[in-house]
Structures are given as structure tokens and as C-alpha cells.
Design a protein around this ligand. Structure first.
Ligand SMILES: Nc1ncnc2c1ncn2[C@@H]1O[C@H](COP(=O)(O)OP(=O)(O)OP(=O)(O)O)[C@@H](O)[C@H]1O
Ligand SMILES: [Mg+2]
Length: 309
């Protein structure tokens, strides 16, 4: 692909005192992607985003937004980017609309009212347009942060945990709106701890840990890594787990066991052996592997480890 990447990060490092927050990040987000940036607390996600937004100076490496270097071409790079920050910060003296008009002013936009109205409408903020920022609930303030990131119609939008503390209704309308922006050509980068959200929305995902990217692939490929690992939860009302399946046990709690099978067909011999040994099954459920399972195993470093045979 010869078109400029939406985001290009090369050899980025950042140290805070004795802590290596970014430890050599290379990452490319293509134009038009819906990209997920996942990782446990402290992985370096927000630090990476701060570098992209020009708020944090890296020790080494380079970062570009739509081809503009975030340091040497700061203003152009910043104009290309809308960031919904993780922390709620706002000026308590202004109304919602004033906040958005002022934000537009930072980008030299004077006649932005039609777009501001559209954003307010889509984020369910229209009725709060004249309310003072101070008077808004936490979730409403977060909606304003999303609105602020969008005032200058940036081609690249980064959302750093936008749905923390947000109710179900906004979550759904927010995702419908962000999806539409993505369909209109905006590149979206999403950080979230809600892995089912990431699985449903993101085409590609990078997983970070300790300031490094430790997994990067399409969501389909990542989830596909687990496709042959069927997890079965079985609760016995009597009898014991057949000897032949003891090695498959992932965890046990009393008479309830989680087994990892190599193949869904193995459920049959499992049930047959329990029956033959006089055991009874109180409950049985088959769990589909999902992104959460992939995430947990990637973080533990057990994803590529030996399969049970
Ligand atoms: N300004 C700072 N000064 C000192 N340490 C910092 C600073 N900013 C971040 N850190 C440290 O850098 C590491 C990475 O933090 P960062 O906020 O990037 O993590 P994160 O992946 O966004 O985590 P979370 O999921 O909790 O938001 C953490 O150990 C954090 O304490
Ligand atoms: Mg963070």
C-alpha cells in the first residue's frame, strides 16, 4: 500500500524515572481502519496516545499522523487527530455549547454551528446544550469529551476508554455514531477494557503489555487462534471425572470442572465415560472461545504453548 498511513509509529520509547512506559513500539494503522489498542492497566496505551497527541515527548523514535510528524509538524499532525481522553477534564464555567465553540476556535473554525448541532444530536446532548458543564453527570461529561474530539472533523479519531462509566443507551448510540464516522472514511483507534466491544467493532487489534506490542493481527485471526480450543464446563452430581480427561482440566471448583478439549467431538466420549463409571451430570455448558480468552492467554504468554493431545 502506498497511501500514507493514518498512524505510523517507529521505535518509540518513553521512560518515566525507572519505569519503561514505552519499550520500542512499532505500529501502523491504515487509513479507514477501526483499530483496537488493548492491554492491561499500565501497559502504555495512554502514553502512546499522548505521544501521538503531542502531549508527551518520546525519548526515542518517531510518530506520524496522516504523514505529519507529531513533533516537527505538530500543528498539522494535531489537526488530523481527535482524541477522547481517558481522564475527564473540563472548564466548569462554560456550557456544553460554549465548550464546543471554544474548542472549534482552537482549530480556527468560526462557523461550525451546524456540525456542533449534529454532534450534540448524535451524542444525546442536544437537551444539555446550554447546561453548565459543572451540572452534568459523569456519563454526560464523557459525552462532551467525545463531542470535543470531533469538532474539527479530524480524519483520525482516538478514543481512550470512551465507554467507562457510560450507560447502555449511550454506549449503543455512541458506537452507532462512531461506526458511521468510520464508514464515512474516518480512521478509528479504540482503547477499551470491554473486550466484547473490541471484538464486535475492531477489524484489527494490537495487544500491549509492559510498553511493547505483543500481539497484532486481525480480530478474526486472533479469535481464530482459539477456534480449536473448546472449553466445556461440567458439573457432576455424582461420580468422578474420568481418568482419561484429567489432563484436560483447566480448573476445578468442587464438583464443577472446566476442561479444554481439542475437538468438539470429544464431548461424546467424555459423556459416555462419565455414564459408564456411574457418574451423573448436573450441568454442562460449552463455551465458545472469544477475544477475552485470547487476551488472557496472550498476557499470560500461554497462547502458543503446547496443546493438550
Ligand atoms: N506522567 C507520568 N509520570 C510517571 N509515570 C507515568 C506517567 N504517565 C504514565 N506513567 C506510567 O507509565 C505506565 C503506563 O501508563 P499508561 O497510562 O500509558 O497505561 P495504560 O495502558 O493507559 O493503562 P490503563 O489501562 O490503566 O489506562 C504506568 O506504569 C504509569 O504509571
Ligand atoms: Mg490509559
Amino acid at each position: 500500500m502506498t497511501t500514507t498511513a493514518a498512524i505510523l509509529v517507529e521505535g518509540l520509547t518513553k521512560r518515566f524515572g525507572g519505569l519503561q512506559a514505552l519499550d520500542g513500539i512499532d505500529l501502523e494503522v491504515h487509513r479507514g481502519e477501526f483499530f483496537g489498542l488493548l492491554g492491561p492497566n499500565g501497559a502504555g496505551k495512554t502514553t502512546l496516545i499522548s505521544v501521538l497527541a503531542g502531549l508527551c515527548r518520546p525519548d526515542k523514535g518517531r510518530a506520524r499522523v496522516m504523514g505529519h510528524d507529531v513533533r516537527t509538524e505538530y500543528r498539522n499532525a494535531r489537526r488530523m487527530l481527535g482524541v477522547v481522553p481517558q481522564e475527564i477534564v473540563f472548564d466548569p464555567f462554560f456550557s456544553v455549547r460554549e465548550t464546543l465553540v471554544i474548542q472549534s476556535g482552537y482549530f480556527g473554525l468560526r462557523h461550525n454551528d451546524a456540525w456542533i448541532d449534529e454532534i450534540l444530536e448524535h451524542l444525546g446532548l442536544a437537551s444539555k446544550a446550554d447546561a453548565n458543564m459543572r451540572s452534568l453527570s459523569g456519563g454526560m461529561k464523557r459525552r462532551v469529551l467525545v463531542a470535543q474530539a470531533l469538532v474539527h472533523r479530524p480524519p483520525v479519531i482516538i478514543l481512550d476508554e470512551p465507554t467507562a462509566g457510560v450507560d447502555v443507551e449511550l454506549r449503543q448510540s455512541l458506537w452507532a455514531f462512531i461506526r458511521r464516522l468510520n464508514q464515512d472514511g474516518h480512521t478509528i483507534v479504540l482503547t477499551t477494557h470491554y473486550l466484547e466491544e473490541a471484538e464486535a467493532l475492531c477489524g484489527r487489534i494490537a495487544m500491549m503489555k509492559g510498553g511493547r506490542v505483543i500481539a497484532l493481527d486481525t480480530t478474526a485471526n486472533l479469535v481464530g487462534l482459539m477456534r480449536d480450543r473448546v472449553l466445556v464446563r461440567i458439573t457432576l452430581a455424582g461420580g468422578a471425572l474420568p481418568e482419561a480427561f484429567a489432563a484436560r482440566r483447566v480448573s476445578s471448583e468442587g464438583s464443577s470442572h472446566v476442561l479444554r478439549l481439542g475437538d468438539p467431538c470429544e464431548v461424546e466420549p467424555l459423556l459416555a465415560q462419565i455414564r459408564e463409571s456411574g457418574g451423573r451430570i448436573a450441568e454442562l455448558s460449552v463455551m465458545q472461545p472469544d477475544l477475552e480468552e485470547v487476551f488472557v492467554q496472550t498476557m499470560r504468554g500461554t497462547l502458543g504453548s503446547a496443546e493438550p493431545t
